[in-house]
Ligand binder design. Structure first.
Ligand code: ADP
Ligand code: MG
Length: 761
């Protein structure tokens, strides 16, 4: 027994010595490796560990992509990296391999705590990164954890101390840094931002800065995105002063070749706003054997188009995905979409970035994206990893010239397609009759209308988005509405402001308007809402009112759009109402009254403070007594001393109490601020949420049976709760066989015939 033990120890020692020797040799190779002269094209040619190579091989990753060839060796050398490469070009592995290798070279063990943090702007993307890490890291000994928001923070906290590589969304990561006792950030070796430009933009600014302030300054930082719009100030926020720019030249230096994949065919059609739905419906009907994503500008647009098109049964399975959906529905939709062969998904920009959808044939940008970068990301959901794909953008006559100019700055010049007037078919009559029969649909149409108009109003790029030229009545009619809901704009708000607001939790918005008792205090800027609320609560008769209550309860109307729009719906069920002062909550009126009383008093000089005796008679606080009475009480000096000492005792006592109250208030304020920041990020992420019911997934990469872990349905409470792997390589290939080819239009005639095909019914 003792002998075997001794032998084992000797064996282990020998193994460890060998490992050390291998690592030393590898480290030397890393230093010697010259990216410029190297002809390496396989992962096996890289100076990386056997452990990682084996994982890569099993996941069928053999040959490197361009960005992987360029970025991995530089990252292995320890440089900070600003990496840019087209969508679908394999950036995920370009940062995951260096993360694993770094920890191995640092002799990190599973007991060393947090070694690397990978941040993704959306939950879905974090989930996909996690899945790739789990796949390629299966032979290493680290544990990987996914924190993307969910109910059971406590459950996450208990496990978070065991995580070596943490992947998550900014808000949830910060929450853990703030609250998890076991989370030691002081040794973190690496920080990765995927979709870095998005992580660094306004919506995440505060959270990201707070996360970074928790990290040691000597860590290595890797930033990756298909669009890198980082300013020096942004990089300074990450203390990124000495970094290497890595990536395909065309992305780093626009003007050479388009920033979109070569295998992506891009075209545009000029469609007036009122014709958009007609053209979209015809397009879908003529592409029933495709897998497509249709991007729209808001959740409400998505909701309406999905519901109305569904009723008109175009003959293809329809799905919808947006940030206001419940999370289980979103998870299901994402799963089903990935597996489906012929399907049309209506979506917001929630899935515009990073998500690796296999075999999407068409990306249709039915509403113009806010900028060329968003166009690139949306378009990049198709034509991934060298596969072919097509992208079509609808541009209104007002948007066309301006947006094409924006695209040109990125060297993107989509082909123009024309719609034959004779092929045009209108769905307006159908929509009108649907809305007439279905008040719920009509309500969705109203919301979609307002939402779209709003989206144009807040756009920064006025050369593209011309609010004043919107054909409002015709647009409303095209949604099947009898007239345009009237919208009154209040103050200008930039798209940045709107984004920030969008990223702010609804609870937080209402919280900030709550009084001390937690009652929601009506905002003066929202008088019409209060009036309508009252009106509906009183009537509560029509279907519409029920909806309205639901919406206002959930806060939808109280969100950003109400901040700069007052809805005055004259043509529909709601009649325009002036602000009646009686809708002000009584407490507020009382406050107002009190304030005006105070103001009027102040004009009359200082009011005298009175105290009341037991009989209820009023006296000034200090009453002068007669001189005689005063002398009777004894020595004036003594009396003065006594009086002063008594008063100062009272004052000291009051002072202590005041200080305590002030301290409590301060603490409460701090607590609220922290809570607010946390909620803000939660809300931010909820837009991209994946699965609200899940705790973190902690996968032990090195167990070898990791995939069993990943698929285990029956994890007990105290065991590790792994996430299910949803995207498998085999899926990619299976579905891709169903790709539909359309010949590239070469001449005007073929363009015409393609267009005819597009709109064929
Ligand atoms: P990006 O982040 O650049 O948009 P991803 O990392 O999501 O791209 O990769 C896009 C697709 O390419 C994924 O399906 C991924 O599995 C595949 N892929 C990436 N690198 C390789 C490789 N070296 N060999 C084979 N497939 C790869
Ligand atoms: Mg990516």
């Amino acid at each position: 027994m003792a002998k075997t033990h001794k032998l084992n120890t000797a064996k282990r020692k020998e193994l460890r010595r060998k490992e050390e020797e291998n690592l030393r040799i590898l480290a030397e190779k890393v230093v010697e490796y010259d990216v410029k002269t190297s002809k390496a094209s396989m992962f096996a040619d890289l100076p990386i560990t056997e452990t990682t190579l084996k994982g890569l091989k099993e996941a069928a990753f053999v040959k490197m992509t361009e960005i992987q060839k360029n970025a991995i060796p530089v990252a292995l050398k320890g440089y900070d990296i600003l990496g840019a490469a087209k969508t679908g070009s394999g950036k995920t592995l370009a940062f995951l391999i260096p993360v694993i290798e770094k920890l191995i070279h640092e002799r990190w063990t599973e007991f060393d705590g947090l070694g690397a943090v990978i941040i993704s702007p959306t939950r879905e993307l974090a989930m996909q990164i996690y899945e790739v890490l789990v796949k390629i890291g299966r032979y290493s000994t680290f544990s990987a954890g996914l924190v993307i928001g969910g109910k059971d923070v406590k459950f996450e906290m208990e496990r978070i101390s065991k995580i070596n590589i943490l992947i998550g969304t900014p808000g949830r990561i910060l929450q853990h840094m703030d609250q998890a006792v076991g989370l030691n950030t002081s040794n973190i070796q690496m920080l990765v931002l995927d979709e870095a430009d998005r992580c660094l933009d306004m919506g995440f600014k505060k959270t990201l800065d707070a996360i970074v302030s928790n990290l040691p300054p000597n860590r290595q930082t890797l930033l990756f995105s298909a669009t890198q719009s980082q300013s020096l100030a942004d990089l300074a926020r990450l203390s990124l002063t000495d970094y290497k720019s890595v990536g395909t030249l065309d992305v780093l230096q626009p003007g050479n070749s388009p920033a979109t994949p070569k295998s992506l065919e891009q075209s545009y059609i000029n469609v007036s706003l009122p014709d958009k739905l007609d053209v979209l419906f015809s397009f879908i009907k003529s592409h029933l054997k495709s897998k497509m994503i249709v991007f729209l500008s808001s959740s409400k647009q998505v909701h309406f188009v999905y519901e109305s098109f569904r009723k008109m049964q175009p003959g293809i399975s329809l799905m919808h995905l947006h940030g206001r959906q419940n999370q289980t529905a979103r998870t299901d939709t994402l799963d089903k979409f990935i597996r489906a062969q012929h399907v049309c998904l209506f979506a917001t920009d929630v899935v515009a970035r990073g998500i690796d959808f296999p075999s999407v044939d068409w990306v249709v940008q039915a509403d113009c994206p806010e900028d060329a970068d968003t166009y690139i990301h949306r378009a990049g959901r198709s034509a991934r990893y060298g596969k072919s794909g097509k992208c079509l953008i609808f541009l209104t006559p007002q948007e066309e010239a301006g947006f094409l100019k924006r695209l040109k700055t990125k060297s993107i010049e989509p082909n123009r397609l024309n719609i034959k007037p004779s092929k045009k078919r209108s769905i307006k009559p159908q929509l009108q009759s649907l809305l007439f029969k279905d008040p719920e649909l009509k309500y969705l149409a109203q919301k979609a209308f307002i939402s779209y108009v709003r989206s144009i109003y807040i756009q920064k790029d006025r050369e593209v988005f011309k609010f004043d030229e919107l054909p409002l009545n015709e647009f409303a009619a095209s949604l099947g509405l009898p007239g345009a809901p009237k919208i009154k704009m209040k103050g200008m708000k930039s798209i940045e402001k709107a984004k920030e607001l969008k990223n702010t939790s609804r609870q937080l918005l209402s919280l900030s308007k709550a009084d001390d008792d937690g009652n929601i205090v009506e905002d003066k800027n929202k008088p019409v809402r209060a009036k309508y609320d009252k009106m509906f609560q009183r009537k509560n008769q029509t279907v519409l009112s029920e909806h309205y209550l639901n919406i206002t309860k959930s806060g939808s109307l109280s969100d950003e759009e109400e901040d700069f729009m007052t809805i005055k719906r004259t043509d529909h069920e709601l009649r325009e109402v002036d602000l009646p002062h009686e809708v002000l909550p009584s407490s507020k009126r009382a406050l107002k009254k009190a304030l005006s009383k105070k103001a009027s008093l102040s004009t009359k000089g200082n009011p005298t403070k009175l105290i009341f005796d037991d009989e209820g008679n009023a006296h000034p606080v200090y009453e002068l007594e007669g001189e005689e009475g005063f002398h009777k009480k004894g020595n004036p000096e003594l009396q003065k001393k006594e009086f002063l000492s008594k008063e100062s005792q009272i004052m000291a006592q009051v002072d202590v109490e005041d200080k305590q109250i002030a301290k409590q208030k301060k603490q409460e304020k701090k607590r609220r601020q922290l809570e607010a920041l946390r909620r803000e990020q939660e809300a931010n992420e909820s837009d991209y949420s994946y699965d609200d019911n899940s705790g973190p997934a902690v996968a032990y990469l090195g167990t070898g049976n990791l995939s069993d872990d990943m698929h285990s349905e029956s994890e007990s409470e105290d065991s590790r709760p792994p996430k299910k792997a949803r995207f498998q390589v085999s899926d990619v290939e299976d579905i891709h066989n169903d790709f539909i080819e359309i010949e590239e239009p070469q001449t005007l005639e073929s363009l015409e015939s393609l267009t005819a095909k597009l709109i064929q019914n």
